[in-house]
Design a protein around this ligand. Structure first.
Ligand code: NDP
Length: 295
């Protein structure tokens, strides 16, 4: 079974993005991402730190607002408004989860469509569904880049997506069915009947459900491409941290049937942040009336 390395593909894309940032600098355009972190969730703090590090690596400017756990909705919306109005800020991202007194939906809607580099705002989701995307949601576009750059065309293929979340499964199913990607898509969820049978039809099977090692060889057609989006913590007394990260796919179990699969870690994970950088560059281009930078 071929390993589809997101680590390798993301490095390749980051190189292209770095060159684009340098080229924009010669036109006096300096992409800038604003990141808002509310509260003291340690995992969120790590995600924010990694995003800043990636921006630094590419020469993208980043600004950050860290707010306390007891921040009110109004205080948070004020910070978003400030970045919405700041012409030097091109992309805005509010790290989730938010504390319970903050309404995630309202926060997402408050970020201006042009600055919504996560592509969560319903106006951008609508544009995507209409086939005229402004931005591509990061994890789904990362998956499509893995497929494209490893030579696995989606055109005419039967694609089965497990999980219908707003951040992965549903947008991915829409994108795969758009002109250009041209797949025939089935979107599955916890109420899908005969799941194994449905999965067995897939030329490309994507698992985004959050259940460790759920996908076994009983779900995989001979020669299928399997994309594992899951990032699940399971206990591992042999590891220093006491846990390890595993995907939604039992990689070893499917290895004699699948043609290729993404590993966890090192598969879809590194692509998500790379696509965030891509969207930030395109936000700067869009706000400077330049056409999209295609990758
Ligand atoms: P959610 O956790 O929000 O939702 C899970 C989805 O899986 C739901 O649609 C649910 O169905 C479906 N589901 C649950 N059980 C089953 C089942 N037995 N059979 C079929 N479908 C089922 O999804 P996310 O997309 O947020 O996360 C999924 C996984 O991807 C997680 O492990 C997460 O950590 C990871 N992830 C990884 C990213 C990356 O960068 N690599 C980015 C984002 C997420 P229903 O709607 O009916 O409840």
């Amino acid at each position: 079974m071929e390993e589809l390395s997101g680590t390798k593909i993301s490095k390749e894309i980051l190189q292209e993005l770095k060159q684009e940032v340098e080229s924009l600098a010669t036109q006096n355009i300096h992409p800038c991402l604003a990141v808002i972190l509310v509260g003291d969730d340690p995992a969120s703090a790590i995600y924010v730190k990694n995003k800043k590090k990636k921006c630094d690596q590419l020469g993208i400017k980043s600004v950050e607002t860290v707010l306390p756990q007891d921040t009110t909705q109004e205080e948070l919306l004020k910070v978003i408004d400030k970045y919405n109005e700041d012409p030097t800020v091109h992309g805005i991202l509010c790290q989730v989860p938010l504390p319970p007194q903050c309404d995630e939906e309202q926060v997402i809607r408050r970020i201006k469509g042009q600055k919504d580099v996560d592509c969560f705002n319903p106006c951008n989701v609508g544009l995507l569904a209409a086939g005229t995307p402004r931005y591509m949601p990061c994890t789904p576009y990362g998956i499509l880049q893995i497929l494209k750059r490893s030579g696995h065309d989606t055109k005419g293929k039967c694609c089965v997506v497990l999980g219908r979340s707003n951040i992965v499964g549903r947008p991915l199913s829409i994108m795969m069915s758009l002109k250009g990607w041209d797949a025939t898509v089935t979107l599955c969820h916890s109420k899908t009947s005969n799941l194994e049978k449905v999965c067995m039809r897939a030329d490309i099977l994507v698992a985004a459900i959050g259940i460790p090692h759920f996908v076994k060889k009983e779900h995989v057609k001979q020669g299928a491409i399997v994309i594992d989006v899951g990032i699940n913590r399971i206990d591992d007394p042999t590891s220093k941290k006491g846990f390890k990260l595993v995907g939604d796919v039992d990689y070893e179990n499917i290895s004699d049937v699948a043609h290729a699969a993404t590993p966890v870690p090192g598969g879809v994970g590194p692509m998500t942040i790379t696509m965030l950088m891509y969207n930030t560059i395109n936000a700067a281009r869009l706000q400077s009336n330049l056409p999209k930078f295609e990758i």
